[in-house]
Every structure is written in structure tokens, then in C-alpha cells.
Design a protein around this ligand. Structure first.
Ligand code: IPE
Ligand code: IPE
Ligand code: MG
Length: 250
């Protein structure tokens, strides 16, 4: 396990995004039902969020529920939504104690009313916190996010608020759910799956990817720190040559 002090806090990524995967398999290993894995996963969320704020990350995005997850058995969806409602309310105190602001991205209108209400309350209550921003991706689909951006831009062109010449990377970004959030420099996925599952496809165009076999309920801040150390060992070239990067850093 890496030591926190091994991490250079001057070269931390600004934004880390995590695909929290493997709750079901974790539960199965313990001969428990899938929902038990989701419940234990909350401990991993709390420790990771606190650890991220402690080390000094400015943004942490957690993929908690995808648009595709609505296709799971009704009983699992209900349990997940119930867990979400309770966790958001219970953990608002943790967010306040750690000076963390909560925001959410995704098709939030799909969420049950109670869930959306509690989420809005927590977002409102933590809105003045400024140590770190925690972004929860809920009922999130990257493709849907891009489609709604295109629809908004088309509407603006139709009404004359935008012209064709205004369509560029900046204006597209400004119509995504993440319009006011910097792109993640590091994307972590747990559970050993090597895929993106419709997560932040525009935003991760140049992110460093980190995959670990650890199942989400076992993930702790030390595992985050391990990923940060790995990130810091990489050379991010953005299309340039290694020699160019070395010269820039000299
Ligand atoms: C991630 O764990 C949590 C959600 C997608 C809500 P899974 O529930 O996907 O667990 P596995 O992948 O089946 O093990
Ligand atoms: C991705 O996990 C979504 C979340 C972690 C919330 P899944 O477990 O749903 O992904 P797939 O379907 O295996 O790709
Ligand atoms: Mg999964």
C-alpha cells in the first residue's frame, strides 16, 4: 500500500472520476444477495470521499447509477433508490464536516420524487462548501447527455440565439451536464471490467485510465492513493513527443 506522503500534492489531478463497480459480485462471494453489496458499498463511498478531500482533490465524480441500470430487476432498483435516499440524507453531515459541496449529473427527472427531493436538499445545504466538489452521476448516460446538448444547440440556432459558426468544442462543452466542471484527468474503474459503460465519453477524451480488480465494497482511500501515485508516474503527452514534454518541464 502506498503511503499518503509518497504522493506529490503539487501535481494532483484536479478531478478524479470513479466507476464504482463490483457490488453484486462482492455480495455473491459472501453468499449474500446483491443489495447487501450495495449497502456495504456506502462505506467505500464515505472513505473514498473523505480521503479525496483530505489529500486535496478539487472534484470527485462517482458513477452511482447509469441509465442502463434501469433495466435491472425492479426489486434491485427499488433497493438502490431507497439506499440512495437514506444515504444522501445521512451523509449530508459527513459532507458538511468535510466542507464538501454536492452536485449531481444525469437525467435526474427519472429519479423517484423522494430521491430527487432529498438530493435537492443536500445540494442546497452543501452549496456554500468549497474544499471539494462531489459529483454524483445518477441515471447518467453519456450518449443521452450528448444528445440533449445537440438538441439545446439546435434550438438556439433555430431561435437565432446561436449561429452555425458558434458550434465548437467550447460551446458543445457548455451544453453538457458538466458545463461548469473541469474534465477528469484520471478515471478509475473497480472490479476488473475493462470498459467505460457510457460514462463521460466526451469528458474523458484525454483522461488517464486506471483499472483495478478490487471490488467496490473493498475500495478504500489507500486504493485511491495508489491510483494517484500511478497517475503521477505517467507522462501525459497530448499528442506531442516525449522530448517536447521533457523540454517543457525542464
Ligand atoms: C456497481 O456494482 C453498482 C451499480 C451499478 C449500481 P454492480 O451492481 O454492477 O455489481 P456487479 O458488477 O454485478 O458485481
Ligand atoms: C456501470 O456499472 C454503472 C455504475 C457503476 C453505476 P455496470 O455494472 O452497470 O456496467 P456494465 O453494465 O457491467 O457495463
Ligand atoms: Mg457491474
Amino acid at each position: 500500500m502506498p503511503n499518503k506522503t509518497d504522493i506529490n500534492t503539487n501535481t494532483l489531478p484536479n478531478h478524479v472520476a470513479i466507476i464504482m463497480d463490483g457490488n453484486g459480485r462482492w455480495a455473491k462471494q459472501q453468499s449474500k444477495i446483491r443489495v447487501f453489496g450495495h449497502k456495504v458499498g456506502v462505506t467505500a463511498v464515505r472513505d473514498t470521499v473523505e480521503g479525496a478531500a483530505e489529500i486535496g482533490l478539487k472534484y470527485l465524480t462517482l458513477y452511482a447509477f447509469s441509465s442502463e441500470n434501469w433495466n435491472r430487476p425492479k426489486s434491485e432498483i427499488n433497493a438502490l433508490m431507497e439506499l440512495l435516499v437514506n444515504t444522501i440524507t445521512k451523509e449530508t453531515k459527513t459532507l458538511m464536516n468535510n466542507n464538501i459541496r454536492l452536485v449531481a449529473i444525469g437525467n435526474l427527472d427519472d429519479l423517484p420524487k423522494k430521491c430527487l427531493n432529498n438530493l435537492s436538499l443536500a445540494i442546497e445545504k452543501t452549496s456554500q462548501n468549497n474544499k471539494m466538489t462531489l459529483v454524483l452521476a445518477l441515471s447518467y448516460s453519456s450518449r443521452k447527455e450528448i444528445v440533449q446538448a445537440i438538441q439545446q444547440i439546435a434550438e438556439k440556432i433555430k431561435s437565432g440565439d446561436m449561429s452555425m459558426d458558434d458550434i465548437n468544442e467550447e460551446s458543445v462543452k457548455n451544453h453538457l451536464y458538466t458545463y461548469n466542471i473541469p474534465d477528469p484527468e484520471l478515471l478509475i474503474r473497480t472490479s476488473g471490467e475493462l470498459r467505460i459503460s457510457n460514462f463521460l465519453m466526451w469528458q474523458i477524451a484525454y483522461s488517464e485510465l486506471y483499472f483495478t480488480k478490487i471490488l467496490w465494497p473493498d475500495f478504500r482511500r489507500e486504493n485511491l492513493y495508489e491510483a494517484l501515485l500511478d497517475f503521477q508516474s505517467r507522462e501525459r503527452r497530448f499528442g506531442k513527443t516525449s522530448e517536447q514534454i521533457e523540454k517543457e518541464n525542464a
